[in-house]
Design a binder for this molecule. Structure first.
Ligand code: AP5
Length: 209
């Protein structure tokens, strides 16, 4: 099962990816999480990526494609994986499809009017990366590991605006790309997390039974 999650920033890709990967026992590969880890350890890639991420821009294709190809070549991806945040440009999609064709490209869809509220209220655990929203979780520490919660640097309103523009211009065309490849499925994410999850499971169970 090779899955790709598409959708605008803050649509709920990471939230759903965690649940889907637990249920179907496939690795969750979030290019955003990998880049944030590289930034935290100040690797060469992390330092270079920070310049783009902090401005809300995409990291150059060549860096991301190489990084992702290496990751999906690892043994734990042999039976499938979920890519969250990759591909984000048509060049990335072409590079992926050339080495590992996608079974389901799932578009996690939410109206733009809801996105700012979701992103600006998001809090992430510094230690384990767990994601919360201030509307449903008010503690300062992570309930899973006790780590400190923080607002991502790229979640400030002015950066979010750039990210949305970048999504419209560079990533949204992928919907047409995967539609043509006949593997695009759109899931309405403007519903409670559990309902969205059930819709994804219904889609995947229907296809795997
Ligand atoms: P990345 O980390 O991938 O960010 P993103 O795609 O902008 O997505 P987000 O993580 O912001 O949102 P999400 O959809 O996962 O939502 P979440 O589940 O957290 O990328 C960051 C940056 O890295 C990019 O800008 C770029 O610079 C770089 N990068 C990464 N990949 C790249 C690539 N392939 N190429 C080039 N550059 C790349 O949910 C959001 C909030 O909403 C949370 O608080 C959550 O609790 C809440 N929520 C979730 N679902 C619901 C629901 N159903 N109802 C109510 N609230 C909900």
């Amino acid at each position: 099962m090779k899955l790709v999650f598409l959708g605008p920033p803050g649509a709920g890709k990471g939230t759903q990816a965690e649940k889907v990967c637990e249920r179907y026992r496939i690795p969750h590969i979030s290019t955003g999480d990998i880049l944030r880890h590289e930034m935290k350890i100040s690797s060469e890639l992390g330092v270079e990526a920070k310049g783009y991420i902090d401005k809300g821009l995409l990291v150059p294709d060549d860096l991301i494609i190489e990084m992702t190809k290496k990751r999906i070549a690892q043994e734990d991806c042999a039976a499938g994986y979920l890519l969250d945040g990759f591909p984000r440009t048509v060049s990335q999609a072409e590079a992926l499809e050339a080495v590992s064709p996608t079974d389901y490209a799932i578009n996690i869809d939410v109206p733009t009017s809801k996105i700012i509220k979701r992103i600006c209220g998001r809090r992430v655990c510094k230690a384990c990366g767990a994601v919360y929203h201030i509307s449903s979780y008010t503690a300062d520490t992570c309930e899973k590991c006790g780590g400190e919660l923080y607002l991502r640097d790229d979640d400030k309103p002015e950066t979010v605006e750039t990210r949305l523009k970048v999504y419209e211009e560079q990533t949204k065309p992928l919907l047409g790309y995967y539609d043509k490849a006949d593997c695009l499925y759109t899931i309405d994410s403007d519903r409670p997390v559990e309902e969205v999850f059930q819709s994804i499971c219904t889609l995947l169970d229907g296809k795997t039974e």
